[in-house]
Structure formats: structure tokens, C-alpha cells
Design a protein around this ligand. Sequence first.
Ligand code: ADP
Length: 396
Amino acid sequence: MKAILVVNAGSSSLKFQIFSIDGEHLTRQLRGQIDGIGTRPRLRAVSGDGSPLVDRQYAASEIADLPAASGETRRWLDELAGFELVAIGHRVVHGGPDYSQPVRIDAGVLARLTALESLAPLHQPNNLAPIRLAMESDPSIPQVACFDTAFHRGQAKHTDCYALPYAFYEAGVRRYGFHGLSYEYIAQRLHQVAPEVAGGSVVAAHLGSGASMCAIRDGRSIDSTMGFTALDGLPMGTRPGQLDPGVVLHLISERGMSVGEVSDLLYHGSGLKGLSGVSNDMRDLLASGEPRAAFAIEHFVHRCALHVGMLAAALGGIDAFAFTAGVGENSAPIRARIADRLAWLGAELDPAANQAGAVRVSTSASRVALLVIPTDEELMIARHTHALLGDLAGGR
Ligand code: ADP
């Protein structure tokens, strides 16, 4: 069976999925991950219908880093047999100013993506490690990079710039926006779940451990809440979201914090976790009796509401608002509280539909459709990889 391997490599986990190819049709055959890399490595995978395929634990030294995790994943996939890998699609966080589309990877592309590491030092090196490894171990299998930034690259110049001297813009200091694969999937999915708004103005909210929103018109990104890095915009599990840069100057000049300490604070110690002192996980905050847990949720909802206002202004009004990712797909109470703050836009929640986790959670009288759309970034990567390598991937 010809298949595409999709790889999403992070700092401590490597997620993978296999899609079989039947002409134009892609079917998810399995999904898995190795997490706890370098600490308590564990390989788990389930088949397309959710039945368990493997659950193995390793000593920390056996899978000490991402290349080791990548190698082990490939060994296990080879053990499984039954698949002929014809392409590998990778999630790559940063495509810089140049890549507005997925791209087939060769040595030149890899060098350009490596040069972008300084724009996303926590993510890009991890994304590139499995690419490098596969280039060495399986040079005949084509690889494709799919970028979190690409969907936003069509934004107007006055939208993706900062009011810094223009030379900075030219040097790549811009608002890139992230979660683009998720938004692209949502934009496509609208044609099935709410065709009447698919060509209209929609704010999509990717609310997971990372969180952002995107203003979409006729399937294209008009504006988004994330900027130069994935720190901007909404408060997240451990990141603060929008922050006066003066705070950073203060931390450095008055508190004597080093760049590493500030970076750690902003990426790992802030957001819901920092504010609540309880957890970065919305489930824990909702279940907690701690006043500061409730306070952190209040802040999150408030900032979400403000950013919808901003993006609604970018679009000149909205036809729909779509919730996605961990919090957006699963938390009826958070959806209800955000929806409540959208009443001024004409949004009216149907509490029963919201509780039931329906796709459409607005009333029939609502002027704005409220939607819950589970995202599928991996399918998006598989589609891009298939489209780019269609001939090689065996369909066309
Ligand atoms: P990531 O952004 O890492 O890809 P997800 O989109 O899966 O992650 O989101 C993970 C987050 O979703 C968790 O940290 C948790 O806060 C939140 N989450 C998942 N299920 C629920 C739920 N039922 N209620 C509230 N929050 C949830």
C-alpha cells in the first residue's frame, strides 16, 4: 500500500501519521507519537479506527534526542510492514518571508530553512532534525515542508509589518502569524460544514496549548493575532500573549534578567500557568477551586473577546466564528463564555447544542454562525504532500 508519512516534531515529542493513497483519496491508517524524549521515552500508536497498535517504553538513553526518536519511529514502521512510503510531509513552523506554499525539500531548501532557525529557535531546529535524518537514511524518498506561516503570507503589507524602520521589514522582522495549517484546514472544511459562510468573513480561533485567531475572508488569511513569533496575541498555556515590549526592557534593565531567563519566562512560565499558579491546562483551571484559576480564565476570555473585536474590524464584520483545537473543540464552558462576549456582533449561542458539542452551536436567529470544527493539521500536510508529489505518490 502506497503511503505518505506525516511528521510533526516538537521539543520533547515526535508525532506521526500514515495516510494511504488511493488515487486522489487519502485514508488515515495510523497515528502515533514518541513522547518523553530524553526523559521517559514512550512510543504509542493507534490504527485509523483507534485500536491500539503499540505501547513501548524505553530507557532515557535509548531515545535521548529527536534523531533517535525519528530513527525508532522508522524502525517500528518498517516492522509493521504493509506500507510503501512514497513521501514524507513535515510540519515546519517557519517558512520565512519567501515560502508561501509547501515546498519539496532539497539541500538548498534545507539550508534556507536552517537559516530561519533564529526566527523560531524553539521549534525550527526540532522540525528540521527528522528531515536531515531522512535525507541521509532514505535519500530516495521525497520530503515536503509544510509551513505554519504560509497561509498568512498573502496578507497585505500594511498588515504584516511593524512600525519599525522599514529596513527591519525587509530584513524579515514581520508579523508572520502561525497555526496556518490549522486555519487552512478550517477554511476548506467550512465548505462542508457551513457552505453559506465559506466564501464570507470568518474569525477562526485555534485555542489549544498555543492559541491564536485568524481573520479569514473567502478562504484567505486577512490578519491574525500571532506576529513575529508565536508569543503574540492571545494568552496561552504558558505564554503571555500580547505584551508591551517595555515589560521585556524592564525585566532586562531593572531585574537584571538574562535573555535566556526572559525567554524561559515568556515561553514556559507565563500565560494560564503563570497567572494561575495552578496549571497550564484549561481542564485543571476549570476544575480548580483556587481563586487565581478563575482569574486566569477570566483574563483568557477577556483577551479572546478583545482580539475577536480587532479581527472583526479587519474584516468589516463577520459571518461566522469557528472554535478549534483542544480548548475550542472540547470545552463547552469556555466556548459559552467567549460566545457571550460576542453578543454585540449578533452572535447567539444555543446552550444545548454547545453542551452536546454540535458543529453549529448558534441559534437559528443568530446573525453570526458559531461553529465547532475539529482541526486536522496532519491531513492538511498529507494533502499538500500528495498534491506536490502527486505523480511520485502514485495517484496521477
Ligand atoms: P496543542 O496546542 O499542544 O496541539 P491541543 O490543541 O490538543 O494542543 O490543546 C491542548 C489543550 O487543550 C490542553 O492543554 C488543555 O488545556 C485543553 N483541553 C483539552 N481538552 C479540554 C477540555 N475538555 N476542557 C478544557 N480544555 C481542554
